[in-house]
Design a protein around this ligand. Sequence first.
Ligand code: AMP
Length: 543
Amino acid sequence: MHAMMMNRPLSVIEVLRYAAEIHGSGEIVSVRTEGDLHRQSYAKTFARTGQLAHGLDALGVGQGDRVATLAWNGYRHFELYYAISGMGAVCHTINPRLSAEQMLYIIGHAGDRILFVDVTFIPILEALADQLPKGLELVAMTDAAHMPDSKLDLICYEDLLGDHPAEYDWPDLPENTAAGLCYTSGTTGNPKGSLYSHRSTVLHALFVAVTLPRSLHEGARLLPVVPMFHVNSWGMPYAAPLVGASLIMPGAKLDGASLFDLMQSEKVTASWGVPTVWLGLRAEIEARSVPPSTLDQLVIGGSAAPRSMIAFFEDQGIDVCHAWGMTEMSPIGTTGQLSIDMQDAPFDDRMARKALQGRRMFGVDLKLVGQDSQRLPHDGVAVGELFVRGNAVISGYFNDEAATAAVMDSDGWFGTGDVASITPDGYLGIQDRSKDLIKSGGEWISSIDLENVAMSHPDVANCAVIAISHPKWDERPVLVVQGKEGAQPELESFHALMAPHFAKWQLPDDVLYVDTLPLTATGKVSKLMLRKQFADYVLPEAR
Ligand code: AMP
């Protein structure tokens, strides 16, 4: 029997319309490329979004057209998110840290018609000018006074808004209409596109808001370090206006000192980002001997947050919530706030729990699959490939059947490529990307587990564990270390730290030192580049 309820479609623009009406005093504060700090209420933002939609109409943007952005976190980028999706076009965010080759590939693959670009990134486009698709229009995200001198034919963002009216007749779109497009950073092969719908985007924002209330509530002041140019800044540009939280957009300044100052001056209550960013903030807190005074929660994801990092911030009175997810999941899948029965547990027990990747968010199902394709129990011991399904998980990649076939199973679950265990009470423990696991003598060693302990070494700024091939054991783990102030701690000092937690054969065979660890386009340590860098390295035993 069919229910008799209105079937109103979920729609991205409704989030901003709601914020403008109900949370009109919530604001977006942006560190601008113009060099100043800019403030704008959600009400003003909604009005400008209407003007922008008229401007896009004037450029001939139609429903289903892909409109790309190459920009930092800021209010203009936010306006583009809503105007493009709201009018029925698709907002395609491009990661400026991709290689030129990857960038050209995704612009072509997406079929972008217009590209909005922060002035910082114009040199990237100038270098690619001859290879950009013919007819791709470029809009510089600034005002007339700050238009750069460029050989490119650039439209000015503020001129595009001009004196168009704020009212716009937003179309009623079916909720499965595409709203956003984001390519995975593609560490191997070509980047692959996740095409989000209005429905998945709004549901993801609702799920995240319910799951992370300590970050997301009316009056909260959120600083997304996670970029809007990759997986929608973990959904924050939708979840924050929904609940009436303000957004403090850091622009290009993501070093520890700049983040600390902005957190302090803008009374930031919560901030989200990848572990590498928090290394910088940690160093700044150590240098100043105090944390930013209003900072209450850090959400850390994108790669594993080491336990020592979690414990450091918790010691400063800042709640740390680990989160796991993927571009293909919009992206949040699990979050690591403690269950009520753990809240009074001893510090070490709580930190051990927080170092796991957390429990599934509503709307996300998890299953573990073993090598024989059998489903494995959630007993905290069995380790298998993690598959997911849910309301905000992709059903396939945009225009890429081969890539789709490689990740979807016959029951319609998406294979994450992560190897994990799940405890009986639902905590996910990511062991590795399947390609980063180390196979030694037929047994697996988790690089994440070794890194986690190595990070607690006092002389380590950052580290990674990679597999090096071995004539007898196939592969052996080797630790690559970026020392604090150039320190080069001995292998034995790592073995002493690791011995209580690992079998002897699991300990790294050697330690190598680097000035800096290579990062991927999304700010994670690039093991692919490290493996290339040390391709000719020979283990001490084999020399
Ligand atoms: P991306 O699509 O760029 O967001 O990357 C997704 C991948 O990042 C996942 O499949 C994991 O391998 C990794 N990842 C994300 N969050 C975490 C986390 N909290 N701990 C460990 N790995 C993570």
